[in-house]
Design a protein around this ligand. Structure first.
Ligand code: HGY
Ligand code: MN
Ligand code: MN
Length: 409
């Protein structure tokens, strides 16, 4: 039994026309008109399949296919159809369309399962519009409250709760997890690890631990022409040393650590004034929680020393910290075995990108099925795969659903 690859491609292409601007990729920010239009397509397709469609009160969409014993905990499959600004054609939407295609294939072949199979589109995964992202799955998993989600605001000051109502996706059903037999998510690998392994299916053992922090560097503003160099308290020069140190951490703490400074604010940001203060974002990700902690502590010591040398002050503020989140071992083994049964090569790895699976794995047996991206390029219009790999991922999902859902005919 195989999925219909042409039909999967066509569903992806149809959704990917929504929010598409030639040369600029796809932009379907959560709760935008484009997100609404893509949701409408999905809901139409789920209804065409005769599924019960449920929209919960934080905008997650479920398409529920009945099982022989509908009281059994369901097998849940899906991902997200929202994108970043100028995103690609696979991140998120591949997992939702693969889940839809699995149901279509079951229908084609008249296959029923003991357990219910539910397709899910999680709301605001990316967090581009309403940081920190993974919003719908966090509420559904009981890690956050609906009021927390409603109160999130975008850069224009618009509230999540209002925007959800505006696009018509604030449902009546409370977002609350029921017991789940298995959660499976197909996604593209958003780096080069899988591609460089030369294997087709990535089997993550879990999501790496992450620390998102902000460093505040305080110096003193002075005249760029008048003040002598030795007298300066130049916050930007101090920050520059610190940023390079963030970049150097993986050299000392191991290759499976990645670190990023992706955002910086300089005040007064004025060319004839010595910079008075700088805030910059620190992102440290690593499978080994102890190493990540030591790296963070060492970074703080270095920053203190750099600040002293530059006659500045520094303080670090952690915004979000999570230890690594391991997936379910037996489900992960099943993904690996299933991929091999289908003749695909597999690569065990850790996922450096976070996914809704990071929330789901805290309440249900969870595994992911990753497929390689060409050059590992994600969050860009050029995001591209070999289509063979996408079909392979969807077929692994289908077989895993048949096993987990206990196909009966
Ligand atoms: O991290 C990501 O970009 C993804 O959407 N999970
Ligand atoms: Mn994604
Ligand atoms: Mn993404």
């Amino acid at each position: 039994l195989r999925i219909n690859g042409a039909r999967l491609r066509s569903a992806l292409d149809t959704v990917n026309q929504v929010g598409f601007v030639p040369g600029h990729g796809r932009t379907r920010l959560a709760l935008s008109d484009a997100d609404r239009d893509a949701r409408n397509l999905l809901v139409g397709w789920l209804k065409d399949l005769g599924l019960e469609v449920v929209v919960d009160d934080v905008g997650n969409i479920f398409g529920k296919r009945r099982g022989h014993d509908d009281r059994l905990p369901p097998v849940l499959v899906g991902s997200h159809i929202d994108t970043v600004k100028r995103g690609g054609q696979y991140d998120g939407v591949l997992g939702v369309m693969a889940a839809l295609e699995v149901i279509r294939s079951l229908e084609d072949h008249g296959i029923e399962t003991d357990r219910p199979i539910w397709v899910v589109n999680w709301c605001e995964e990316e967090g581009t519009r309403f940081p920190p992202g993974l919003v719908g799955s966090a509420v559904w998993s009981g890690l956050r409250t609906p009021d927390w989600a409603y109160g999130l605001t975008d850069s224009a000051g618009l509230r999540f709760g209002d925007e959800l109502g505006r696009i018509g996706y604030r449902g009546e059903t409370p977002a609350a997890a029921c017991p789940v037999h298995a959660y499976l998510e197909v996604h593209v690998d958003q780096g080069v690890v899988l591609e460089q392994s030369g294997k087709t299916i990535g089997v993550p053992k879990g999501i790496v631990g992450l620390r998102f922090a902000t460093m505040h560097v305080e110096g003193r503003a002075d005249h760029a022409g008048g003040m002598q160099m030795v007298q300066r308290h130049d916050a930007l020069c101090a920050a520059a040393e610190m940023i390079l140190q963030v970049n150097a951490l993986p050299n000392r703490f191991g290759a499976d650590m990645v670190t990023t400074v992706g955002e910086m604010h300089v005040r007064p940001n004025s060319r004839f004034t010595v910079p008075a203060s700088v805030d910059f974002a620190v992102d440290i990700r690593c499978w080994d929680d102890d190493l990540a902690l030591r790296a963070w502590e060492e970074l703080n010591e270095f920053c203190e020393a750099a600040a002293r040398r530059r006659i500045c002050q520094v303080s670090g503020e952690t915004l979000l910290f999570t230890g690594r989140l391991p997936f379910d071992q037996s489900l992960t083994s099943m993904v690996e075995a299933t991929a091999r049964e289908l003749g695909h090569t597999t690569h065990p790895m850790a996922s450096g990108a976070s996914h809704d699976a990071a929330n789901l794995c805290q309440i249900a047996p969870t595994a992911m099925i990753l497929v390689p991206l060409i050059g590992g390029r994600s969050h860009v219009p050029e995001e591209e795969t070999s289509w063979y790999d996408c079909e392979a991922g969807a077929n692994v999902l289908l077989q895993c659903v048949l096993k987990s859902g206990a196909a009966v005919s």
